[in-house]
Design a protein. Structure first.
Length: 152
């Protein structure tokens, strides 16, 4: 196992975090005009980021739980909350108007058939795939919203 200094540890994860911080700053109100609301493409990219973090937390919880059960349970809880966030972003995506279809009926998520246009195709497929993992590893009780106190 290699040892990393804090400056070079996990460079890709640090770069992804820097990208999210940059994007957050770019969305802040400025003197050049009002910020634009989210569009479907924006939410598709955010959903991709959330589901990737969801996979990362799943793996971290799995590998942390045996040697550190309490920490592993906390990571599993974060995994569940991240799924809830991704699910809400997916729902918001479908509430925004589509550029190519009229009405919300045409852009609704229907698992029984494939959507006909990107990014609907990608976000729905990604969400369904992540949902399979959640159903295998999470109980309905776990998915109910709850708050936890900071345990130090």
């Amino acid at each position: 196992m290699t040892s990393h200094t804090p400056q070079d540890a996990h460079p890709y994860l640090r770069a992804a975090s820097a990208g999210v911080r940059h994007h957050t700053r770019a969305l802040a109100p400025s003197d050049t005009g009002p910020p634009r609301p989210a569009d479907r493409l924006h939410l598709d990219v955010l959903h991709a980021h959330l589901t990737t973090l969801h996979q990362l937390l799943d793996r971290l919880a799995e590998t942390t739980r045996p040697p550190h059960p309490a920490a592993g349970r906390r990571l599993a809880t974060a995994h569940t909350h991240l799924w809830q966030a991704a699910s809400e972003v997916h729902a918001a995506f479908h509430l925004l108007p589509s550029n190519t279809t009229a009405g919300s009926e045409a852009s609704a998520c229907r698992p029984e058939r494939l959507p006909e246009e990107p990014p609907v195709l990608t976000i729905c497929q990604r969400h369904l795939a992540a949902g399979h993992v959640v159903r295998r590893k999470t109980t309905p009780t776990d998915l109910r919203a709850h708050t936890t106190a900071c345990a130090q």
